[in-house]
Structure formats: C-alpha cells, structure tokens
Design a protein around this ligand. Structure first.
Ligand code: NI
Length: 170
C-alpha cells in the first residue's frame, strides 16, 4: 500500500468529473487500498478518488469512532434522498483547517459496488449521510466550499494559496 498525494483546493483538477469504473479489478482494489491508507493516515472520514487525482467513481469512508469499519463505494448512485434537510459543519482533506455549515439531505440510500465488485445498498444518516453526499460531490468535481458565499470562498482560496506558498518555502 502507498500514501497518495491529496490535491488541495483551489487545484483545478478537483473540478474534474469522474468517469464510471468499468470493472473492479486489481488496479481498482489497489487504488481502494491506497485511498483507505491515505484517508486513515490523514484522519479523514472520507476520501474520493478525485482528491488523489484519479478521475474514476471511487469513494472510501469510515465514519466510526473506532476507525475500524472501512466502506468502499464504486460507481455510487443515490437511490433515495429524504425530503428533510439538515445543516452540519463539514471539513475536507482537500481544504485543511476549514470548516463550515452545509445543508444536505438528512438521510440517503446509496447503491454501489464494494471492493469485491458486488452491488449493495446502504442507508445512511447523520455523519455517514453527510459524508456520502460530500464525497459524491467530489466525483462531480464539486468541493464543499462552493456551497459557501463568494466572499467566504475567496477568503478560503487566499488562505489556501498562502498556506501552500509557506509550505513550499519551508
Ligand atoms: Ni472532501
């Protein structure tokens, strides 16, 4: 397994729309394993392939406190969305140290293939529902800060660019 480099907002590659995975083969299983290792290492609850510059519909997540329940979603689709909406605070490994409120469906049902290539359905609420919607947005080239006001987004962009300049200098 290997740690993958996570793209940072406002990297334009984060706005790439991912393609469906054709088959869950060894290459995809390797990607999934590397993404899980990268997500756990970065202490994130979810990671989309887009964030590691692979533009295929693959998500990994683990919203448990014990960090022992990895979930793999290949070619995910939302098959049900609650009418009820909920606002919660989100963060993203591609936008480190930025947290803000986003409104999403309170509950969703997702259909996807797992690491074994088998289709399954999963009902999500709470953090898992937020995570699935956040990660599926990544696959569409959308980062959560795009739900915020233009003013806030500009501030975040400036902050991120400054941060990467500082890191390059260090
Ligand atoms: Ni994210």
């Amino acid at each position: 397994m290997a740690l993958l480099n996570i793209l940072r907002y406002p990297d334009p590659r984060l706005h790439t729309v991912a393609k469906p995975v054709e088959a869950v083969d060894d290459r995809i299983r390797q990607l999934v394993d590397d993404m899980l290792q990268t997500m756990y290492d970065a202490e994130g609850v979810g990671l989309a392939a887009t964030q590691v510059d692979v533009h295929e519909r693959v998500i990994v997540m683990d919203t448990t406190e014990q960090r022992d329940h990895p979930i793999v979603l290949v070619n995910p689709e939302l098959v049900e969305k609650s009418a009820e909406m909920k606002v919660s605070e989100e963060g993203c490994l591609s936008v480190p140290q930025v947290y803000d409120k986003v409104e999403r469906h309170a509950r969703v049902k997702v259909r996807a293939m797992g690491r074994d290539g088998e289709w399954f359905e999963m009902e999500c609420e709470g953090l898992a529902a937020v995570c699935v919607q956040h990660e599926m947005d990544h696959l569409m080239g959308r980062v959560f800060v795009e739900y915020l006001s233009l003013l806030k987004r500009d501030r975040i962009k400036t902050k991120m660019l400054k941060k990467s300049r500082e890191e390059q200098r260090a």
